[in-house]
Design a protein around this ligand. Structure first.
Ligand code: NAP
Length: 462
């Protein structure tokens, strides 16, 4: 593996420059400090740049500097706000192991209170640190391979910890051997990818990502993710399959096994919730987690399924919507439709389940045979009806009308019988692949800090 560069990210006062310099001496590597490079390039101090040209100009110069640092063996210390620019994140990620240096607000305050750097807000310093830190923390958390909280650590122990993790990847292999290798990976339809996965898991510096479900061996997600890792020079990252019937052992061992992130699929989206340290509000409301990030010894649960439905509906007027089905996907769909301002009715084969969901979200419900489907502006299928090899439709197509939006969450085949019938009638159709694509772009960003566009995912899937 050729991830030879060490990148230090984190707020001001977390020791990036001091630690970076000493680490460079210890490892005999070149040292780049982006703030120092900016000062050399402009001939001005950082306070002068801020007072004369303002923060925007500073960020532009910082962008130029970061793009010019080679991704070769070196230590790079970055300014606290460098991660705000998505292009900076891409450049910093390339062929790098990223360490997030962190400390609590009081400690940061004590370390920077006497500095001559200009404030970024009009708030008192401790409130500024607290506010900006809470905005940047999700980015640091997603982008970094490792978090080092040096609130109570000396500079030397911090350097020791970074050097140890950089050289060895930590003691992850015993856990991987004890746990992962005892749980055979699925017999996949992608044998080459599987061989690479097994070889890479054996490398302790490899940060692992994966899809956890049962079954999930058919999933093409590893192909998409590993293609992006290659494109972005993330040669210390691997996405694989974790096909497990019960999810507890994986989640309990994930941090020690060096797992950075998981995509969660059927049947584990609900059962993982009590096993996660922090579950975001939207995921709690939906009652399902499909994305888990591990960082700094803690786990964070998200739901990106609803965004996979919300985003493709951008630009369409709201109105009345009917969701067919009352399972996990329906729950995400209802949340997305309510966020888009639709009035939602849930129709389900088992009306009691529709009622339960309707009570939770405060919307209407009914049974499928009540179907006055034609009166809705949008119909969304959240059942497996129409999934290959099934060729049936969840609703009678004679109820559909021109101009109605028909969103089918089923994506095998991409053109389901419902989508084909709706196309013929002149409905606005949205295929299930769109949900997959949009939820994946969001998930990729949460687990890596990097942005991919829906078109980039479409290209890989084609
Ligand atoms: P789920 O929790 O098992 O719920 C399935 C729902 O479909 C239940 O309400 C069930 O009704 C209903 N149903 C099942 N078979 C039916 C039939 N023959 N006729 C009428 N209703 C039927 O599954 P889920 O997680 O919500 O997923 C549902 C579908 O969404 C999946 O099959 C998948 O195709 C799709 N999905 C797509 C994406 C994507 O990225 N595009 C992501 C997630 C899911 P009862 O309550 O009566 O059992």
């Amino acid at each position: 593996m050729s991830s030879n560069r060490i990148v230090l990210i984190g707020y001001r006062g977390t020791g990036k420059t001091t630690i970076g310099k000493k680490l460079a001496d210890l490892l005999d590597l070149q040292f780049f400090d982006t703030d120092a490079e900016i000062e050399t390039k402009t001939g001005c101090s950082i306070p002068e740049i801020f007072s004369q040209w303002g923060e925007d100009e500073f960020r532009d110069i910082e962008r130029d500097v970061i793009s010019s640092i080679p991704p070769s063996a070196s230590i790079v210390s970055t300014g606290g706000g460098a991660v705000l620019n998505p292009d900076n994140r891409l450049d910093l990620r390339r062929k790098s192991t990223i360490f997030w240096l962190d400390a609590d607000v009081d400690t940061i305050y004590q370390r920077i209170v006497t500095s001559n750097r200009p404030p970024l807000t009009t708030l008192p310093l401790s409130s500024e640190i607290s506010d900006i830190l809470s905005l940047r923390t999700p980015l640091y958390r997603s982008l970094a391979d490792y978090r080092i909280d040096n609130t109570t650590m000396s500079v030397d122990s911090c350097i020791e910890e970074i050097a140890y993790l950089y050289a060895t990847g930590g003691d992850v292999i015993s856990i991987r051997e004890n746990w992962i290798f005892d749980n055979p990976l699925p017999v996949s339809c992608y044998p080459d990818a599987m061989r690479n996965c097994i070889a890479s898991i054996d490398n302790p510096r490899m940060r692992l990502f994966g899809i956890v479900g049962y079954p999930c061996g058919h999933s093409r997600s590893p192909l998409v993710w590993n293609r992006f890792f290659k494109k972005f020079g993330m040669d210390n990252a691997l996405y694989t399959w974790f096909e497990v019937k019960t999810v507890e052992p994986l989640l309990k061992n994930a941090i020690q096994a060096g797992i950075k992130g998981l995509s969660v699929t059927i049947p584990h989206k609900e059962s993982v919730i009590p096993l996660i340290d922090e579950v975001k509000h939207d995921a709690r409301t939906i009652g399902a987690v499909n994305t888990i990030l591990f960082q700094g010894g803690r786990s964070f649960g998200f739901n990106t399924d609803w965004l996979g439905i919300y985003r493709p509906l951008e630009g369409y007027p709201g109105g009345s919507a009917c969701v067919i089905g009352a399972g996990g996907a329906a729950s995400a769909a209802i949340y997305a439709l309510l966020m888009r301002g639709y009035g939602v009715t849930i129709l389900n084969r088992t009306p009691q389940k529709a009622k339960n969901l309707a009570t939770r979200f405060g919307c209407r419900y009914g049974s499928l045979d009540q179907g006055d489907i034609g009166s809705y502006d949008l119909v969304l299928n959240a059942t497996p009806v129409g999934m290959h090899p099934d060729t049936s439709m969840p609703v009678d197509p004679s109820f559909l009308h021109k101009g109605m939006i028909v969103f089918d969450l089923v994506y095998t085949p991409p053109k389901t019988p419902l989508i084909r019938a709706a196309d013929k009638i002149g409905c606005i159709t949205i295929e299930g692949t769109e949900m997959f694509i949009h939820q994946l772009t969001e998930q990729f960003s949460l687990l890596t800090g990097l942005k991919v566009s829906p078109d980039m995912v479409r290209e890989v899937l084609a």
